[in-house]
Design a protein around this ligand. Structure first.
Ligand code: GAP
Length: 459
């Protein structure tokens, strides 16, 4: 992002790809993400979100919900549960087919996913790097099991959901009838999913507990292509709108060997980082597979009758399915920059060029000196008033330059400084993160000025 006068705009200028260690370190140091159960040695593929992380997550979720549910008259939202009837996962095919095939190296004992090994290693039956012989492939189911009930022998085995979208199919009939939606219409949900990933890694990229967002859009079969194209483009533009480096985003069509048997086509929206080109969201042609299977397994007819033509059919589905955690990670990878010392800035700085909408802290209020009571009282008062409108942080520790840097590193778009002139004329300095430009404003002008820039001015 760059600053033109007082308006923040996204820039397409490219900068080097950011090493993952820099993001992991920033996240721990500044309270975005911590390893789960760290004091016990941690659990691979499971993370907790700290004070800044939870703000960023909430902003990400809120923006998706606003743009998918609140601003589309033909889309509604639900919040389904993590635990469902176990038959759901038989109908969906997860019990039988949600598997990874793994091979173990006889030399170093490490395990590898067959679909991720280079072809030549599979052909020669040799592990990359150590060259050890590979064992026979073994199959592992990714579903996490759990039990309902307390009495041994009467407990029902079920699963923590492996994908959040199943709740939408389960609630489809209730939503359609209770909200009087007519086809074409969509149902959205954001929710946790659980997978016993055999090779979790790359920080938040592949976890065992993570959060997905889904739109399932129900259409007449004759309109499937039209809506598939529509949502593929909408979702691609959505991702383009939230990153600085537009050239790091692409739409990749699935090859015939990747397509599900019912899918005519599918696309991944991919982002390029140090991990290479990787999926961020999938756009799937699910046809009538899900509702037909749940009709068959549950015995509950999920077909739809057109109120005008009286035609009865199982709706076809366009799915757009992405991840809150991958968005969190990609936004940080995209926004992180280390700026060398320059004319304006003698020391250089680390800056997170997050769009103000996503920034965990929107404004920091800083008295120029902490040993001058009037400065502190005025700054605290401004901070308290701004807190009613947005996330504001008060900071009086260290010199002003260091405080600016602390805020730059967490992506705070504006800093308000209270100085001696404030006490005379009720004006403050507003310093903007990206261009480090400063203007003077009346205190009473602050709410409208900041609100417009952090909430409304989204391009
Ligand atoms: N209902 C379709 C579905 O679940 P998916 O490609 O397996 O499709 C959709 O998952 C999205 O969920 C991915 O594009 C990714 O953003 C996110 N995701 C999947 N597995 C993940 C994992 N282990 N850790 C973090 N995010 C994951």
């Amino acid at each position: 992002m760059t600053q033109t006068e007082d308006k923040i705009t996204l820039s397409t200028e490219d900068t080097p790809l950011v090493p993952m260690e820099k993001i992991v370190s920033l996240c721990k140091r500044r309270g975005f993400v911590y390893p789960n159960s760290e004091i016990y040695g941690g659990v691979s593929g499971i993370y907790d979100f700290g004070p800044l992380g939870v703000e960023l997550r909430n902003n990400i979720r809120r923006y998706w919900w606003w743009s998918m549910v609140q601003t589309n008259d033909n889309v509604v939202g639900i919040e389904g549960n993590i635990i469902t009837h176990p038959r759901v996962w038989e109908a969906s095919g997860h019990v039988e087919n949600f598997v990874d095939r793994l091979v173990e190296c006889k030399n170093c004992k490490r395990r590898f996913r067959v679909d991720q090994l280079p072809k030549e290693n599979l052909e020669q039956n040799k592990r990359p790097v150590c060259g050890g012989e590979l064992g026979e492939p073994r199959v592992f189911n990714l579903m996490m099991e759990t039990y309902i009930g307390v009495v041994e022998g009467e407990r029902m085995k079920t699963y923590l959901r492996g994908e959040a979208c199943q709740n939408i199919y389960l609630d489809y009939d209730n939503v359609q009838k209770s909200s009087r939606m007519q086809i074409p219409f969509g149902i959205c949900q954001i929710g946790k999913a659980f997978r016993n990933e055999v090779t979790p890694g790359n920080f938040l990229f592949r976890q065992r507990e993570f959060e997905q967002w889904d739109l399932q859009f129900f259409v007449h079969p004759s309109e499937m292509q039209k809506w598939f194209d529509y949502w593929r483009e909408r979702r691609f533009e959505w991702y383009k709108g939230i990153i600085n480096h537009k050239d790091r985003l692409r739409l990749r069509p699935h090859g015939p060997d990747e397509l599900a048997h019912y899918a005519k086509q599918a696309f991944d929206i991919e982002y390029r980082s140090v991990l290479g080109w990787q999926e961020w969201e999938g756009i799937h042609w699910r046809q009538d597979w899900d509702l037909s299977r749940h009709s068959q397994f549950s015995g509950h007819d999920l077909s739809y009758t057109d109120p005008e033509t009286k035609e009865r059919y199982i709706p076809w589905i366009v799915e757009t399915s992405g991840g809150v955690d991958r968005t969190f990670l990609n936004l940080l990878l995209d926004a992180y920059e280390e700026e060398p010392p320059s004319g304006k800035d003698k020391e250089g700085r680390t800056v997170l060029r997050l769009h103000p909408w996503f920034a965990p802290v929107k404004v920091a209020v800083l008295p120029l000196q902490k040993n001058k009571e009037e400065l502190v009282t005025t700054a605290r008062d401004i901070h308290k008033r701004l807190q009613r409108l947005m996330v504001s942080q008060y900071d009086d520790v260290a010199n002003i330059g260091r405080r600016y840097r602390r805020q730059d590193e967490i992506g705070t778009p504006f800093c308000v400084t209270v100085d001696f002139q404030t006490l005379e004329d009720q004006t403050v300095t507003v310093r903007e993160r990206d261009g480090m430009t400063q203007i003077r404003l009346q205190i009473k002008e602050l709410p409208a000025y900041l609100l417009e820039r952090v909430m409304w001015n989204y391009s």
